[in-house]
Design a protein around this ligand. Structure first.
Ligand SMILES: Nc1ncnc2c1ncn2[C@@H]1O[C@H](COP(=O)(O)OP(=O)(O)OP(=O)(O)O)[C@@H](O)[C@H]1O
Ligand SMILES: O=P(O)(O)OC[C@H]1O[C@](O)(CO)[C@@H](O)[C@@H]1O
Ligand SMILES: [Mg+2]
Length: 483
């Protein structure tokens, strides 16, 4: 067992400003572990694939846009099968858990972890932990086999259940230890990955030969570093149905207004992408972009103008937008939180709808018809679409390869279109938000033609709050921000 454990990131540097933010390995705290040839070597599906095994030195750059004289920058370890593995097939006892809110693709990831373990590595003991983190100590487990998971990817939700709260570190790690679990696959969002990091640290402190790996899940796309989280594409696609309905309703009435509220607690990616995809949206409101209602340049003035010009309009609002305005208006700030400590939000869609109705009630010459559509849970309870299904498969298989190779304390994630292993520290240190001074938000503003609601003074303020721009001035957020 290690005495002075350092959970600092493993960082390696090289020529020309090369930095590798590496992931931990079992051998960092258990030396002399036996290794085995990767069973994929004799698997007919893989043995013919040229360069199937990933070179130990392969890494993936975090930034692909570079300057001639700039440093090579941060890299992550490339995911994929290694020549040697640190588990014999009959030694593996794997567990899979899903935590946090639902997300399209959860079942696909579960299915593909089970199938990869069975079919690629000959593993036959895989457990599903029932109902999120608390399931480790308060619920039964489910035996997962390729037969059990065969067609689950066609269903929304998660067959092993999920929950918020209940992260009791000692009880969870006791359960891992008592059951002899040596591979833990943890599927969830930012909160879940923080929980996974804590479990990894405790497992390591106890000196257990047990790998802890995360797979990032969330429709909100608020996990940093990775290109995007699985389920996001499906959620954006499903949101189109609500926006289409709002548009049809708005177009068919005199001064018709359709208001659609979409999920996005702290990050407005779903609203932004759903708006960009639709082209029927006249106004998109997200948590990251402040707005105001009354007066010159305000939202109500814009709505009035749009109705005069077009006769109808569609507004998409992310659930986390304008919360400070609601609080000021209702004279109370909501301090309510869910079991995981996430802020419970007030209904901004309803509030905006009421404000617009009240405004036009004072203008008899402009009667309006407003329909408010709230498809919130519908966009995340559906099964994943084709592209998310493929993405989930790659994430799950990459994760299994990394775990079998003995890497631990990592999240499996796509960086610049390549599968990588990212240390938990990098995934949990901050949240991914829409950067409203980046090009993507500017593209949205020019697509909807909406005002930015920011004066020159506000822009300076926003720039101050946001991360200092990188040397390339392309923002440091996920690639979904800056394509
Ligand atoms: N800082 C933390 N330390 C340990 N556990 C945490 C932490 N934050 C959250 N968790 C646990 O992680 C689980 C999921 O967290 P949360 O409900 O915030 O969802 P999430 O993973 O962020 O997914 P999403 O936000 O997409 O629904 C919960 O069981 C919660 O107790
Ligand atoms: O009502 P629940 O299940 O707690 O989840 C709501 C939250 O979950 C999310 O979908 C993230 O998973 C947020 O967009 C939303 O605020
Ligand atoms: Mg979250």
């Amino acid at each position: 067992m290690e005495n002075n454990i350092s959970f600092q990131m493993k960082v390696e540097t090289g020529d020309a400003g090369y930095v590798l933010e590496d992931v931990p390995h079992l051998t960092d705290y258990i030396p002399d572990l036996p290794t085995y040839p990767n069973p994929l070597r004799s698997n007919p599906a893989y043995s013919v694939v040229k360069q199937y095994f990933v070179d130990a030195d392969d890494t993936v750059p975090q930034k692909v846009v570079v300057h001639k004289d700039g440093p090579r920058g941060i890299h992550f370890r490339r995911a994929g099968p290694r020549q040697r593995v640190y588990f014999a097939p009959d030694e593996v006892h794997a567990a899979i858990v899903t935590c946090g809110g639902l997300c399209p693709g959860l079942n696909t990831v579960i299915r593909e972890i089970v199938c990869a373990l069975y079919h690629m590595y000959g593993v036959t003991r895989v457990l599903g932990i029932d109902g999120g983190y608390r399931g480790f100590y308060s619920k039964n487990t489910v035996t997962l086999t390729p037969k059990v998971v065969n067609d689950i990817h066609k269903r929304g939700g998660t067959i092993i259940g999920t929950s918020r709260g209940g992260h009791d570190k000692p009880k969870i790690v006791d359960s891992i230890q008592d059951r002899g679990i040596n591979q833990v696959y943890i599927i969830g969002g930012d909160g879940t990955q923080k929980g996974a990091a804590v479990i990894y640290q405790e497992v390591r402190k106890r000196g257990l030969k047990a790998v802890v790996a995360g797979i990032p899940k969330t429709i909100d796309n608020d996990i940093p570093v990775i290109d995007k989280s699985f389920g996001f594409d499906t959620a954006v696609e499903e949101a189109q149905r609500a926006i289409n309905a709002a548009h049809v309703e708005a177009e068919s009435a005199e001064n018709g207004i359709g208001v659609v509220k979409l999920m996005g607690r702290y990050s407005g990616f779903i609203a932004m992408y759903a708006t960009l995809a639709s082209r029927d949206v006249d106004l998109c409101l997200i948590p990251e972009s402040p707005f105001y209602l009354e007066g010159e340049g305000g939202l109500l003035e814009y709505v009035e103008k749009r109705l005069k010009d077009n006769g109808h309009m569609v507004i998409v609002v992310a659930e986390g937008a304008g919360q400070e305005l609601l609080a000021a208006d209702n004279l109370k700030t909501s301090t309510a939180k869910d079991a995981s400590g996430n802020k419970l939000l007030q209904d901004v869609g309803l509030w905006i709808s009421d404000k617009i109705k009240a405004h036009f009630a004072k203008i008899p010459s402009m009667p309006i018809t407003l329909k408010y559509i709230d498809p919130t849970y519908m966009i995340r309870a559906v099964p994943s679409n084709a592209s998310d299904n493929v993405y989930c498969t790659l994430l799950a298989q990459s994760c299994v390869h990394g775990v079998m190779a003995g890497y631990t304390g990592f999240t499996s994630g796509l960086v610049n279109g390549r599968q990588t292993y990212i240390p938990f520290n990098r995934i949990t240190e901050k949240q991914n938000n829409v950067v409203i001074t980046d090009r993507m938000w500017a593209r949205l503003l020019s697509s909807t033609n909406q005002p930015s609601f920011l004066g020159p003074k506000d822009v300076i303020e926003v720039q101050k709050q946001e991360e200092p721009p990188t040397q390339l001035l392309d923002g440091d957020s996920s690639k979904t921000n800056d394509i």
